[in-house]
Write a protein that binds this ligand. Structure first.
Ligand code: F6P
Length: 550
């Protein structure tokens, strides 16, 4: 990075830090009281999608300073480079083009001068033919029975996306039942197989690299299960695969017409839009899968074209950076008030933490400040009865992102949806307003408690409030709005990465553990001595060797 740019970023960050100390709103209650237009000033819409960050400690100056930093970090230039297929993943020398997978514009997208759109269309068309055949029962298993159950075997980006989206879109699920096996823990595949009948089961082996040990091990167990039950010849009719490593899939014995490829410019955690989405397509059908892509494309177009101050992913990213890097909040909770988005926090954990959990800049220098926060969450209202205590009264401030649909899919239970909405809004209101000691005392006094009791109990009923939250509302969770929501988060992660100055698209941090696990396997099994290991690892190995049932 040129030193002029580095200096201008430094100045912007310093200005933001100074503003946080002296200039940013100190108290949200006051900020709302002083500015009647605060909500409309600090919220944006894209069609029915609403993003409200008015309950955060920001004002116009905060946003202007964040905008200055975005300019200094050339976020818009980097965005253009991504959409143009430039190799912005500089440590792997790759373009980053998940946006091409949902490019519905008909316009070419080039990598190294080559239009990638015909290849994308070809795979999508093949997926649709296969998915339709499975859904209609035309493509049958080896015993000539229709497929009633599909099992996706994959992990990380080859699992979380389809697993999250299949649950999210269960009202649209009219294809075979979908199961997801990811963990190398044999319990995962054993419990899944126990529910299934080999002659009506199709396995989809999903692995970008086709080397991931968990996936290959589970795939072998599934292959044996089919071969034992139906004979070796049946294998081809009960497997399909999704990968960029086509020769490796071929060696596994999966017929070419059941192999669906994608490309190295699709990161694992950005791959739900590719053939990795096959289980979702089989579950909801090609048309609804197309709507899912449409929704993401609409967000891409908005992100690409809207001015910074009107741009939802930009604003979500700027406020995310403000919370993490300037305010110093180390985590953020994502709380979907939507039971069908139960896997969204896990999905966003990989998207965000594998992308932005980095310690060096894009130039390989140590970063000068914090990078991505810990992302976690559970659906509301369940979380309210578990960890919300800490969110309201704990000693850490944790910004919360609430996601909710204005409408449910169950008109006959709309009273429950209204309760869900009321709870969601109540939590953000409570986080913002809190309850003062005087208010707590007044409440207790109104209950006719003796003064000594009022004084004793009141401090426990104080909520500091002033805790930031963001609310995201769409009309209804459907394929289009889900695609749009995920793309919103993808671009938010991108924006934050540019502000941190890091490469969001590699994941070297997962390598060391993988290497050591390979090394430790023969140590655990007793083939190799643990003598070269540290004392703790040696002790743990010795304990396990003693305690394991032979
Ligand atoms: O271990 C991390 C990772 O490489 C993720 O980035 C990826 O989504 C996951 O493993 C699975 O990789 P693959 O699709 O190659 O099996």
């Amino acid at each position: 990075m040129a030193s002029e740019q580095a200096n201008s970023i430094k100045r912007s960050v310093q200005a933001l830090k100074a503003h946080w100390k002296n200039g940013a709103p100190r108290n949200m209650r006051d900020a709302f009281a002083e500015d009647k237009k605060r909500y409309s000033r600090y919220s944006l819409n894209l069609d029915d999608l609403l993003l409200d960050w008015s309950k955060c400690l920001v004002n116009d100056e905060t946003l202007a300073l964040l905008g200055d930093l975005a300019k200094a970090a050339n976020v818009e230039g980097r965005r253009t480079a991504m959409f143009a297929g430039e190799p912005i993943n500089n440590t792997e020398g790759r373009a980053v083009l998940h946006v091409a997978l949902r490019n519905r514009s008909g316009k070419p997208v080039k990598v190294d001068g080559q239009d990638v759109m015909p290849g994308i269309k070809d795979v999508l068309d093949r997926m649709a033919v296969f998915a339709t055949g499975i859904r209609s029962g035309e493509i049958k298993g080896a015993k000539n029975k229709p497929i009633t159950d599909i099992v996706n075997i994959g992990i990380g980006g080859s699992d979380l996306g389809p697993a999250m989206a299949t649950l999210a879109l269960s009202p649209y699920h009219d294809g075979p039942k979908a199961h997801f096996v990811s963990n190398v823990d044999g319990a995962d595949i054993a419990d899944t197989l126990a529910r299934l009948e080999p002659s009506t089961t199709l396995f989809i082996i999903a692995s970008k690299t086709f080397t991931t040990i968990e996936t290959i091990t589970n795939a072998k167990a599934a292959r044996k299960w089919i071969a034992d039950a139906l004979g070796e010849k049946a294998v081809g009719k009960h497997f399909a695969a999704v990968s960029t490593a086509l020769e490796k899939v071929d060696a596994f014995g999966i017929p070419a017409d059941r192999i669906f490829g994608f490309w190295d410019w699709v990161g694992g955690r950005y791959s739900i839009w590719s053939a990795i989405g096959l289980p979702l397509m089989i579950a909801i059908g090609p048309e609804d899968f197309g709507r899912f892509l449409d929704g993401a494309h609409a967000m891409d177009e908005h992100f690409r074209k809207a001015a910074l101050s009107k741009n939802l992913p930009m604003m979500l990213g700027l406020v995310g950076y403000w919370h993490r890097a300037i305010s110093g909040y180390t985590s953020r909770a994502v709380i979907p008030y939507d039971q069908r988005l139960a896997r969204l926090p896990a999905y966003l954990q990989q998207l965000d933490m594998e992308s932005n959990g980095k310690g060096v800049t894009i130039d390989g220098k140590p970063v000068s400040g914090p990078t991505g926060p810990v992302v976690w969450g559970e659906p509301g209202t369940n979380g309210q009865h578990a960890f919300f205590q800490l969110l309201h009264q704990g000693t850490d401030t944790i910004p919360v992102e609430f996601i909710v649909a204005a409408n449910g899919h169950e008109p006959e239970l709309d009273n429950q949806h209204q309760m869900l909405l009321a709870n969601c809004l109540a939590q953000s209101e409570a986080l913002m307003k809190g309850r003062t000691l005087e208010e707590a005392k007044a409440q207790l006094t109104a209950k006719n408690l003796p003064k000594s009791e009022v004084n004793r109990i009141a401090p426990h009923r104080v909520f500091t409030g002033n805790r930031p939250s963001i609310t995201i509302i769409h009309d209804k969770l459907d394929p289009y709005t889900l695609g749009r929501l995920i793309a919103l988060y993808e671009h938010r992660v991108f924006v934050e990465a540019q502000l941190y100055g890091i490469n969001a698209f590699d994941q070297w941090g997962v390598e060391l553990g993988k290497e050591l696990a390979t090394e430790l396997l023969p140590v655990v099994s007793g083939e190799v001595s643990a003598k070269d290991k540290d004392a703790s690892t040696q002790g743990l190995v010795a304990h396990l060797r003693k305690r394991r049932e032979k």
